[in-house]
Ligand binder design. Structure first.
Ligand code: 5SP
Length: 226
């Protein structure tokens, strides 16, 4: 959809003891969006943070807060995440029970609506909700943890989703194992937004984050041009 690849650092790999400072650092380092991984210890085998933490860091940047809800059930919590300052809210198709209802609720809250698919979930589950979507987040690792290896079979899925979307203004986001080595694969297949945690939050500071963001972006943009 976009001509330039957008980079969304996942704060899952940030230093949580200095989360507000880390958000400011990735903002200054060139992040396009700030990716927030919310995990409940039920839908995924890890627990992170919820609306109070998001609200506490909201005033540290003006960049888009891209909220990825790995929680089930989800509908009862959508308003709290909207109120906390999330700009886009993505729910998992697998979290259920009613994906179409969840997407309608997100739009009614005035937020961008996204759906995420685990690696094993076929893309056809989004066929009948495409017209409610602003983004599709394709997991390229199994959700729950940062620093896992990219699953190469997902490149074909990116191509299939790109074809399904057609001319609709829906962004494809990629999440898991994104690095300068894997970014070209998904960018060439049709990805618009690359989420990365471990590959950005290494080196421990703003200058390293800037280099890491630029390395992913330039590798992706070069692949898009070829
Ligand atoms: O949603 C998730 C994990 O469930 C991701 O956002 C990861 O946090 C990406 O981390 P890296 O694989 O880039 O380290």
């Amino acid at each position: 959809m976009t001509t330039k690849t957008l980079i969304a650092p996942s704060v899952l790999s940030a230093d949580f003891s200095r989360l507000g400072d880390e958000v400011e650092a990735i903002d200054r380092a060139g992040a396009d969006w700030i990716h927030l991984d919310v995990m409940d210890g039920h839908f995924v085998p890890n627990i992170t943070f919820g609306p109070p933490v998001i609200k506490a860091i909201r005033n540290r940047t003006k960049k888009l807060f891209d909220c990825h809800l790995m929680i089930a059930p989800v509908d009862a919590y959508l308003a709290a995440f909207a109120d906390a300052g999330c700009d886009s809210i993505t729910v998992h198709a697998e979290a259920g029970p009613h994906l179409d209802r969840s997407l309608q609720a997100i739009k009614a809250l005035g937020k961008q609506a996204g759906v995420s698919l685990n690696p094993s979930t076929p893309e056809n589950v989004i066929e009948y909700v495409l017209d409610r979507l602003d983004l599709v987040l394709l997991m390229t690792v199994n959700p729950g943890f940062g620093g896992q290896a990219f699953i190469p079979a997902m490149v074909d899925k990116v191509k299939r989703v790109k074809a399904m979307i057609g001319e609709r203004p829906i962004r494809i986001e990629i999440d898991g194992g994104v690095s300068p080595e894997t970014a070209p694969l998904v960018a060439a297949a049709g990805a618009d937004v690359l989420i990365a945690g471990a590959a950005i939050f290494r080196g421990g500071g703003e200058d390293a984050y800037r280099d890491n963001i630029e390395a992913i972006r330039s590798a992706a943009d070069a692949a898009r041009r070829t």
